[in-house]
Ligand binder design. Structure first.
Ligand SMILES: [Zn+2]
Length: 423
């Protein structure tokens, strides 16, 4: 077997093995600690809920392992010529031309999204259902999928077409222009997503006038965040999981609270959650995150360009398409889209480490803004209990996979007096 294919298969195998190993560590940890609630949570969580949270983790872990193995097998088949074969099937029926070439890529991506659907369905209507989270219906799920498909075409086709055009027009420097195009598209999507796309799936409404809104807006003012509006999303339409998040930038920034969150938390706890979200904004986490993703994606475009110039690599994966009238970069683009995750996976722990640091900073900011830490602690406990979050992950698992610190870590940081939030 030639080196590039071998390297890919080695990285792929390593990824699958690491994932399975981490998940089994996590399963073992849960099994070991299911009998006894950790000291710090004795007064916080009911025994029944604690056990249920570990069973929920276990059920998700087992489904995750099946999905990991299935994905791994599919990736091997794709690497050994499967991807080139699917490409050839569409290539033989679609006319030649920039617009059709862009559509060809979308068709291949669509076919590759099909094998994951049964497990996704199982996850929503068996697993989530069993633990009482599912609020979706088969009709809603199917309509979500159709809307997703149409969105993928409407939003995916124009930038792909743009990319192919840039490639044809500037064969030498295309990857820098292409990256600019890609990054600009990402910025536009950050603004459009909550305004245009989210409303296709959910209802977003401004938080209704009243005591709650007054105190939340007051807090935003004191924290130096001139909020134009706080929006409430009907997350309860699909699931009872709750969340809050912050999206956009500059004038387009907005805070979105799940209706389930408002239902479950006390007003001061909600204020603390809002303060945490404002903390992300004030500490510049969004632009930092964008900066890092810009650098990573520039590296990605450079690599695609390398793949395009080294045709022999692309041919090793079974593509035999040069001179068929299509844009030359299609196989390289597809290979990158399908397999780059195998390598980007290894950046995960670093990105998560950094994300956890940002979470601590946002927590510290919230503590300052609230002038006490108990409200945020109350909110975090409530969220963890409601979402049946695993309180006892294996340290190796949480180090690798957790974008947020564990509840225990956040509480001890909030309780420590040596808080270093004034920076
Ligand atoms: Zn956060």
């Amino acid at each position: 077997m030639e080196t590039p294919v071998l390297v890919l298969l080695i990285f792929l195998t390593a990824k699958v093995l690491i994932e399975l190993w981490l998940t089994s560590l996590n399963l073992g940890e849960g099994k070991k600690r299911r009998g006894e609630i950790p000291e710090a949570f004795k007064d916080v969580i009911q025994r029944e809920d604690y056990e249920k949270s570990i069973d929920y983790m276990g059920a998700k872990a087992r489904l995750g392992m099946i999905s990991e193995i299935l994905d791994g097998v599919i990736m091997v088949v794709l690497a050994l010529g499967g991807l080139a074969w699917i490409f050839a099937q569409f290539s033989s029926v679609l006319p030649v031309g920039l617009g059709w070439d862009a559509l060809l890529i979308l068709c291949v991506m669509l076919v590759l999204s099909l094998p994951g659907l049964p497990l996704e369905w199982w996850g929503q209507f068996r697993l989530e259902e069993k633990f009482g989270f599912n609020k979706s219906t088969v009709g809603l799920w199917v309509s979500d999928k159709f809307k997703g498909l149409i969105l993928m075409i409407v939003l995916g086709w124009p930038p792909l077409l743009g990319l192919l055009w840039v490639f044809e027009s500037f064969p030498e420097s295309w990857w820098i222009w292409g990256w600019g195009l890609f990054f600009g598209f990402q910025l536009v999507m950050m603004v459009l997503y909550p305004m245009v796309i989210l409303p296709l799936f959910n209802k977003l409404e401004p938080l209704e006038e009243g005591e709650l809104k007054k105190s939340l807006m007051g807090l935003a003012d004191r924290a130096g965040f001139a909020a134009q509006t706080i929006q409430v999303i009907d997350g309860s339409k699909r699931s009872t999981h709750s969340n809050a998040y912050f999206t956009g930038f500059g004038k387009f920034r907005r805070i979105v609270l799940y209706d389930t969150l408002i239902e479950h938390l006390k007003p001061r706890e909600l204020m603390a959650v809002l303060a945490h979200e404002i903390g992300h904004y004030k500490k510049g986490h969004v632009p930092q995150m964008l900066g890092v993703s810009a650098v990573i994606s520039l590296g990605g475009f450079w690599f695609i360009n390398w793949l395009i110039t080294e045709r022999w690599v692309v041919e090793l994966f079974g593509f035999d398409v040069f001179g068929d009238g299509r844009v030359d970069c299609l196989p390289a683009l597809l290979l990158f889209m399908i397999f780059s995750g195998v390598f980007i996976f290894w950046l995960g722990p670093i990105m998560n480490f950094w994300s956890r640091k940002n979470e601590f900073e946002a927590d510290a900011f919230a503590k300052d803004a609230m002038e006490e830490s108990q409200s945020l602690i109350g909110a975090l406990r409530g969220l963890h209990a409601k979402n049946l979050s695993n309180l006892v992950p294996h340290p190796a698992y949480s180090f690798f996979h957790y974008s947020h610190p564990t509840l225990l870590e956040r509480e001890s940081a909030l309780n420590s007096d040596a808080e270093k939030s004034h920076s």
